[in-house]
Design a binder for this molecule. Structure first.
Ligand SMILES: *[C@@H]1O[C@H](CO)[C@@H](O)[C@H](O)[C@H]1NC(C)=O
Ligand SMILES: *[C@@H]1O[C@H](CO)[C@@H](O)[C@H](O)[C@H]1NC(C)=O
Ligand SMILES: *[C@@H]1O[C@H](CO)[C@@H](O)[C@H](O)[C@H]1NC(C)=O
Ligand SMILES: *[C@@H]1O[C@H](CO)[C@@H](O)[C@H](O)[C@H]1NC(C)=O
Ligand SMILES: *[C@@H]1O[C@H](CO)[C@@H](O)[C@H](O)[C@H]1NC(C)=O
Ligand SMILES: *[C@@H]1O[C@H](CO)[C@@H](O)[C@H](O)[C@H]1NC(C)=O
Ligand SMILES: *[C@@H]1O[C@H](CO)[C@@H](O)[C@H](O)[C@H]1NC(C)=O
Ligand SMILES: *[C@@H]1O[C@H](CO)[C@@H](O)[C@H](O)[C@H]1NC(C)=O
Length: 555
């Protein structure tokens, strides 16, 4: 029986072109500007990197052996010594698109930190590791290089020379050890759409192929290609451009672009890209730009033919492999975090900017199985200092997030609670807050409006009944793809619904490049408060993904 099964699989693998259904987004939640490599030397594993802007730890490395089941392998930017303290005030500044490449045993993550308009340009950053499953193995300080533009690409020619290519397709040689960059030439202006960016160079069948994004990272996003017999040009655009886009379509997946090409163990090609689940209306998309994967055919001597991005596609079959190595969270598993004494923060928990780590303590004395958060003075401003927010990405259209909060504020305006957060100007908070009547209240408060198209709804305030036992469970739930419902409950008691608010509040606006974070926060709201909040029983459960107009699949 075993033998005959093996025989069938072997026949299927090598002689019959079996296909499988591939679902998108492949990595749901805000994972923009993906770049992927297939590494036979690491047991035929695919590795992808995505942008993190102001979120830390930065540059997650996602690992999979079947492009379906993924694990968080490490973060390339995981220590303060690596973090560029540019003190930017822009909410959508920070770590822009990364290119991830592998060569001779070394992984390279090359990127650029956008800061306050980036004039003058800060240097680009190049991080390296020989073990993508170990945070500590990533280089302590990035190699810096100049001149830079956004979206750096790394390409090695057959003679071993490394090339740096940046937005607008300017290329130069680069020394990956010193960061020294040679003279710059421009390869191609694209097909004439705006923002020719996100370049990647590949060599195949004696051609140098240049892939770029054009049209801007909104609904006009496209992927176009050109090729040349020489790495520095002349590049001739493909007459079949664009090779990938969903612009001018009614598709649920929009903004498809910023792609990268890689192949699997069978030599079949794939494309990763970013996309936004918004429908052509492009108004409601709280998860922002997510990572999709679509199959491609790349025949000898030809440009690739890339399948259009859909929620469900027929694609090359790869055997299912659940046991990707490493110890990071497996994507799709719920968060069940109890902050046991001696435990570390789970690696999918994230901060806004480099945090004041002293503000987050697991199981402090007298408070076992809690995460203590010391409030930051500000939460909703453009300050450059750390804020006391800790979260995880919203990775599912429908989900439930809940935390237990023990918080006894003593100063007016002190607040702690659960939030869905896009930027410091766009978040909806369900907080426990001391108001000027010296009483503790529940408050559901909207900051900013994004694509709501109306002024933010007025806060909903309820006094907390004196019979309520602490900690209070705060729950944020998306039962459909247009609203979040906010509720609170005492220990052992019934929940009170504070309200339901539209997810358009967390779409666009000041956060067009990022995506919603579900998390816990504590703030003095510019007052004098320093009372800590104790968070326990952190739970996040994905319920369903919307993958087409009226189609949901279980998470
Ligand atoms: C950012 O602010 C910190 C603290 O004020 C300061 O030490 C650092 O030099 C600043 N960085 C830059 C690039 O200005
Ligand atoms: C791109 O366009 C600019 C402005 O028109 C032009 O100066 C430059 O030569 C063009 N580059 C290429 C590679 O065609
Ligand atoms: C997309 O392109 C159309 C047609 O050129 C233009 O009218 C529209 O403003 C563009 N939208 C964005 C978001 O760039
Ligand atoms: C999905 O809805 C959009 C409008 O929101 C429409 O243009 C498109 O045709 C619909 N697609 C399907 C497959 O029904
Ligand atoms: C299998 O998927 C590839 C990639 O999408 C496609 O080119 C091919 O036509 C599919 N084959 C079948 C039999 O559906
Ligand atoms: C706190 O102060 C900052 C800077 O003045 C301001 O932008 C922000 O709105 C204030 N926040 C609150 C909650 O008052
Ligand atoms: C609130 O408490 C403070 C300090 O205990 C006191 O000074 C203030 O008068 C109180 N305010 C109200 C409205 O009771
Ligand atoms: C989505 O959920 C909200 C909150 O429960 C509700 O008000 C709204 O009617 C729902 N929308 C649809 C289309 O059911």
């Amino acid at each position: 029986m075993l033998l005959s099964l093996y025989f069938l699989v072997a026949v299927a693998g090598f002689t019959i072109a079996t296909n499988k259904t591939h679902l998108n987004p492949t990595i749901p939640g805000w994972h923009s500007d993906p770049s992927c490599v297939f590494v036979p030397e690491w047991d035929n594993t695919f590795f992808c990197a995505t942008s993190t802007f102001l979120v830390t730890p930065g540059i997650p490395i996602h690992a999979s052996k079947d492009l379906v089941n993924w694990r968080l392998a490490s973060h390339a930017l995981n220590r303060e010594s690596q973090w560029p303290h540019y003190n930017t005030t822009g909410q959508n500044d920070g770590i822009f698109a990364v290119t991830l490449r592998y060569r001779d045993g070394v992984f390279y993550a090359i990127t650029f930190f956008v800061s306050d308009g980036s004039n003058p340009l800060p240097p680009g950053l190049l991080l390296k590791t020989t073990d993508p499953f170990d945070d500590n193995a990533w280089s302590d300080e990035p190699v810096l290089f100049q001149p830079a533009n956004i979206d750096p690409d790394l390409f090695w020619d057959d003679d071993g020379q490394a090339y740096l290519t940046v937005a607008e397709s300017f290329i130069a040689t680069i020394d990956v050890n010193s960061g020294a960059v040679g003279p710059t030439t421009q390869l191609w202006n694209g097909t004439g759409e705006r923002n020719p960016e996100g370049p990647h160079i590949y060599k195949k069948d004696g051609w140098y192929y240049l892939l770029i994004a054009e049209g801007g990272t909104e609904v006009n996003h496209t992927v176009t290609m050109a090729r040349s017999r020489s790495v520095t040009g002349t590049y001739i655009g493909f007459e079949g451009n664009p090779v990938l886009t969903n612009k001018d379509t009614g598709e649920y997946f929009q903004t498809v672009g910023h792609a990268d090409l890689f192949h699997d163990v069978n030599g079949n090609w794939w494309t990763c890209a970013l996309a936004t689940r918004s429908g052509p209306e492009w108004v409601n998309y709280p998860m922002g730009r997510e990572m999709v994967i679509t199959p491609a055919r790349w025949d000898e001597g030809e440009f690739p033919v890339i399948s259009p991005v859909r929620g469900s596609e027929s694609a090359w079959a790869l055997p299912t492999v659940l046991d990707v190595r490493g110890t990071g969270p497996i994507y799709g598993n719920p968060d069940v975090f109890d902050f046991a004494p001696g435990s570390a923060l789970p690696s999918n928990m994230i901060f806004w900017r480099w945090p004041d780590l002293a503000s987050f303590t697991i199981s402090p004395p007298g408070h076992p199985n809690t995460l203590r958060i010391i409030p930051s003075q500000e939460f909703s401003s453009n300050g450059v200092g750390p804020i006391s927010l800790i979260g995880r990405l919203q990775t599912d259209t429908l989900f439930e997030f809940s935390i237990d909060v023990a918080f006894a504020p003593t100063a007016v305006d002190e607040e702690a609670g659960a939030t869905v957060f896009l930027t410091q100007f766009q978040h909806v908070d369900l907080g426990i807050v001391l108001l000027s009547d010296n009483k503790t209240h529940l408050r559901l408060q909207t900051n900013g409006g994004g694509n709501l198209g109306a002024p933010p709804p007025a806060p909903v305030i309820r006094s907390i009944p004196s019979a309520w036992r602490s900690p209070i469970t705060l729950t944020i739930r998306a039962n459909n793809d247009t609203h979040y419902t906010f509720s609170a409950a005492p220990q052992g008691g019934d929940a009170v619904v504070l309200g339901a608010l539209p997810s358009t509040i967390l779409s666009g606006g000041t956060g067009p490049f990022t995506g919603t974070i579900a998390g816990a926060y504590a703030t003095a709201n510019n007052g004098t408060g320093t009372t800590p909040a104790y968070i326990s029983s952190w739970r996040y459960t994905g319920i369903a993904q919307k993958i087409d107009n009226d189609t949901f699949v279980p998470s």
